[in-house]
Design a protein around this ligand. Structure first.
Ligand code: 5GP
Ligand code: 5GP
Ligand code: 5GP
Length: 227
């Protein structure tokens, strides 16, 4: 119920590598639209603060109440009454099915994933429903991460490992902005690239260098498993 604009500093635009979601101990399930393409898929567009005390100083009492006592660095669930309505995004469904497929074993409907991301993050974005999903699709279309990595010789492989720094550099060079990287472990405990966090201005349009670093759980050398 935010008649007023939500205050935050930047967006994380998060994409997941499906090979790394699926080859964990927990496994994955394909959506009802079939096996997704072997490319990065959208996880979400997440409003974020630069520091956990709130965004940007000044009169941000509202922001502080969103942060909470444990110092979460982002606002979430800003409007429980604002459910995602299918007809609002009807012209985007085909692209969303391709670019934002669900891989969780939860029923296989990607719409449920989009809906969850909208309620948790989208309602804090100051974007309308159509705008939020259109902005996400445009960000993904702007830079093809798997092509950028392939251009640097970083191709999916079940045996090869890559220097994390070479992945970092390839993305910075290929997109013009520094991103954050997150890793997980495959079933054998090997470190692999799981998600790329690109940073985006508050309008959801322009990539910026990430103003924060993360605890990325990555080793120095990581895999990019085949999907
Ligand atoms: P996890 O615990 O798997 O890292 O994150 C769980 C969920 O918390 C994510 O799917 C996302 O919704 C939210 N989350 C985790 N880290 C961040 C962050 O740095 N910024 C924002 N805005 N949300 C996050
Ligand atoms: P966050 O991680 O944004 O809190 O939300 C992740 C939620 O979306 C979880 O409840 C997870 O089960 C669900 N989800 C559905 N499909 C996917 C998927 O493909 N990847 C991830 N990371 N979460 C998914
Ligand atoms: P969700 O609450 O179900 O909150 O899921 C939290 C996290 O668990 C997700 O962000 C994702 O990393 C992981 N997750 C959820 N469902 C699945 C699944 O089916 N397979 C895998 N590998 N991870 C999942």
């Amino acid at each position: 119920v935010s008649a007023t604009a939500e205050r935050f500093d930047f967006f994380y635009f998060v994409q997941q590598w499906p090979g790394s979601f699926c080859d964990t101990q927990r496994g994955c399930c394909f959506p009802d639209t079939g096996k997704p393409a072997a490319e990065f898929g959208i996880h979400g567009l997440w409003p974020n603060y630069v520091d956990c005390r709130g965004g940007g100083g000044g009169d941000d009492g509202g922001v502080i109440s969103m942060v909470g006592r444990r110092g979460r660095c982002w606002p979430q669930f800003c409007d429980d009454g604002n459910e995602l309505r299918p007809w609002e995004i009807r012209d985007l469904i085909k692209s969303l099915d391709q670019s934002w497929p669900t891989l969780a074993c939860k029923g296989g409907r990607s719409f449920d994933f989009w809906s969850q991301e909208w309620m948790k993050h989208g309602t804090c974005s100051n974007l309308g429903q159509h705008e939020y999903f259109a902005a996400s699709l445009a960000l993904k279309a702007k830079h093809n991460l798997s092509a950028i990595l392939a251009g640097a010789g970083i191709v999916p492989s079940d045996t090869e490992t890559y220097f994390l720094s070479s992945i970092r550099d390839a993305i910075a060079e290929g997109t013009g902005a520094k991103a954050n990287l997150e890793c997980n472990r495959d079933a054998d405990g090997e470190s692999q690239l799981y998600q790329v966090y690109q940073c985006v201005d508050k309008a959801g349009k322009k990539l910026i260098d990430c103003p924060l670093s993360m605890n990325s759980k990555c080793r120095d050398r990581v895999k990019l498993p085949v999907f």
